[in-house]
Design a protein around this ligand. Structure first.
Ligand SMILES: [Zn+2]
Ligand SMILES: [Zn+2]
Length: 153
């Protein structure tokens, strides 16, 4: 699981489609596709690539994303003006922010390393050699207590 929690060094800027919301993160890790139904419906596409960053290494530069509680343990943030998916916050992952790498200015710097929720994929998952998980990521991926983990929904 080390490959999942090894940070990608550096600062990354991102924002929504209309530019109202801008953010900056440093040393993110754990970039991976999520094919779950919630991500599919929220994005309108087959998957979202999420990456994790410590909250203290993330800053909202402008704008105020709206919040939607997508499950009893997760909230999702998006731009109220253009609808762009931006952040995912788990109640049981305090201090951690997941952000959609598609909102980065240079997403190619943070390539996905795995697929989650392949059991729910709407279209065939590409044969790209990346590890696949039928459901959420194993707890150890985020180096947090096992009882509090499994991002995905
Ligand atoms: Zn926007
Ligand atoms: Zn998902």
């Amino acid at each position: 699981m080390d490959q999942f929690r090894t940070p990608v060094p550096g600062t990354f800027d991102g924002g929504c489609l209309c530019g109202a919301v801008r953010y900056r993160v440093s040393d993110p890790f754990g970039a991976g596709y999520c094919h779950c139904e919630t991500c599919r419906r929220m994005s309108g596409g087959p998957a979202i690539i999420w990456a994790a960053v410590e909250e203290r290494r993330s800053v909202l530069i402008s704008g105020s994303p709206l919040v939607y509680r997508s499950s009893d343990r997760a909230r999702r943030q998006f731009c109220g003006a253009c609808g762009s998916t931006l952040f995912l916050l788990y109640d049981d992952l305090p201090g951690m922010v997941l952000f959609a790498t598609g909102s980065l200015d240079e997403p190619e710097r943070l390539p996905p390393r795995f697929h989650l929720w392949t059991s729910a994929a709407a279209v065939p998952v590409p044969e790209d050699g990346l590890p696949r998980f039928p459901e959420g990521l194993p707890a150890e991926a985020f180096a947090i207590p096992p009882a509090s983990a499994a991002p995905g929904r």
